[in-house]
Write a new protein. Sequence first.
Length: 355
Amino acid sequence: MAVAGDLARRMDYTRGLVLYDLNGTAGRLGVHPATVKRHVAVLRQLGGLAWHRHGTRTNLHLPGRPYAGTATIYAATIPSAYDEAMGHRVDGRGYEARVVGVNAAGRAHAIDEAGRKAFPARRPVDNSPVESRSSQPRAPHSLGGSPNVRKVEVSGGLKDTPRTGAARSKKPITHKISHHRPRRHPLQVARDIALARQVRPLVPWTQCETLRRLAYALRPLIDRGLDAREIAAELHGMAMSWRPARPAAYITAHLAQAREHENALRRERAAREAAARPAGNAAWARAVQQFRDRLASAEPERTDADRRRARLYAWQDWEKVAEHYDEDPDDAIDLYGQRLVEFAIRQDCRATNSA
């Protein structure tokens, strides 16, 4: 709440934007910058903030300052569930949306709120919060062990090596990330968690899992448009006679296996359909290939341009016309024309008689 209040005091409510100002916020609140980072991440995941511009370490070379990077700018957002509960009529989308009015439920809520302000209820006890904050800003302490909280599992054999002592490799990273999911919008993450909160009481073996892990594992089912009861029915079919030790990991593995099985069935079905088509028959394929070869070897159809070109140069080469007429009279008349063929025949007769 303190971090949200600091952002609210510095916000430009005309555009709904606010500078991140990590170090300044930590100094004003008297906390460590890591604490500010963690709580801003929570506000972003809850749907209260959205990135308008990511900051970079590129030096802007401002006058009088040796180094100044690009600032991170956040946009204030309000979840759609809040607007629906308050009865707001909204114009626009995302963080550019603005309230333009209220509906009947919003008017009733405004009347009740005005009545509470006009006749405030007396508080029975006014206990101020007890604060035992030290004068020096502190980094967030490490979490202690608890029998009810599972340890985080780190894959890949990584160790907690300090940044100052870590060896940096000159070689580029060549590994590939497989099964990468696209980045999910914070509002959708909040809706996933709300749906997981409805599913968890319906499935006993998922009640030992955290809501965030369960919501992440249920994303494939949520993206299919299933509601809480339909998802619960799917989960009941996954583990009917035993309780997985890690429900979220088991759900993820089961859905991945089902997806792979479905892809294998789809590939097998496609292969059967391809074999059943005429193109999959060897005799049919040979017949089609022979037909294509005949079409490729056939002479192209004669055009008027071919006829004009042949008749233009055949008057001096009448012997060729006469030979063509002896071999195929119809084709010679079609190519050279009746007049040119008769001329070639007369010339050939004269040459024969003179010889």
